[in-house]
Design a protein around this ligand. Structure first.
Ligand SMILES: Cc1cc2nc3c(=O)[nH]c(=O)nc-3n(C[C@H](O)[C@H](O)[C@H](O)COP(=O)(O)O)c2cc1C
Length: 265
């Protein structure tokens, strides 16, 4: 598909997770068609796909404790699905899903990656999923209530905040003074990526010929792979790089590395 990198780059700064939607503002047929189109057409990896679902949307979300912290008021969600037999499936689903999230953001919609607190059995009763596939995450899509609810504000304090670590804590390799412009812009975009409980598990190794993403943190995964978060950061990094005039290719790497963005020299 034709990708508007400048549109997605602008969406990176705008996007933030929202969990309370306005049920009186349904999506128009045109907006649903635009979402369906990006889900069907943005498929850079055969092992990762996205499906738009417009039924039973609220029942698919779970609360953190009882109904508390649950996504509410939505008519629509998108499922992010991976073929678990394929290598690097977590990264590929993260990368693909974030493109859909940025397109939704550019359309003026609100979203929230949900990998822990949803019911996969409801998703698989609504869409076809093969034996090899798993629904790794979903996102609500809709128009958030204008004001953040008290519950949303409180959830931010439980590690789900929008704050990010400074680049100095995330980057190694070539010193900052030697970074070309595309490196600074791409690292800033990658830093803004969302991650489960805002854990920001990624690190970035800057080299002359590209940037390697690696898993920086050790410790428990809480049932959501850190490599899924890293796939999301990869998409941000590439969108900003291409929008700064620097194209490249991803080369997937074994753990704890994730992938290197090799620039076209
Ligand atoms: C892979 C992934 C899984 C997530 N799972 C959940 C979830 O189960 N429930 C939820 O309320 N938020 C979830 N989030 C949203 C994060 O808490 C949120 O992205 C993070 O706190 C950063 O805030 P921001 O998205 O507003 O920048 C998830 C985010 C990612 C990337």
């Amino acid at each position: 598909m034709d990708i508007s990198f400048s549109k997605w780059h602008a969406a990176i700064e705008k996007r933030r997770s929202r969990r309370r939607f306005d049920p009186s503002l349904p999506l128009t047929p045109e907006t649903l068609a635009a979402l369906e189109k990006v889900c069907n057409q943005f498929t850079p990896y055969p092992s990762a796909r996205s499906r738009l679902v417009t039924e039973s949307s609220e029942s698919v979300f779970k609360g953190v404790i009882g109904g508390y912290g649950k996504v509410k008021g939505t008519h629509t969600f998108i499922a992010f699905i991976g073929n678990m037999d394929e290598p690097f499936v977590q990264e590929k689903v993260g990368y693909t899903g974030e493109a859909i999230i940025l397109e939704a953001t550019a359309l003026g919609l609100n979203t929230c990656w949900v990998a822990g607190f949803f019911r996969p059995e409801i998703v698989t009763s609504l869409i076809e999923v093969t034996e090899k596939e798993q629904v790794l995450a979903i996102t609500p899509v809709g128009y958030a209530r204008e004001q953040e609810s008290w519950e949303e504000k409180l959830m931010s304090r439980f590690g789900r905040s929008h704050n990010r670590l400074p680049l100095s804590k995330l980057v190694r390799g070539l010193p900052k003074e030697q970074w070309p412009n595309w490196v600074s812009v791409s690292l800033e975009a990658a830093r803004l990526a969302p991650s489960a409980v805002n854990r920001q598990p990624w690190g970035f190794d800057v080299q002359d010929d590209g940037i390697t993403v690696f898993v920086r943190t050790s410790g428990p995964e809480f049932n959501v792979s850190k490599r899924l978060d890293c796939g999301i950061a990869m998409l941000h990094l590439e969108v900003a790089a291409v929008n700064s005039g620097c194209k490249g290719e991803w080369e997937f790497l074994p753990s704890p590395q994730v992938a290197k963005f090799n620039i076209h020299q």
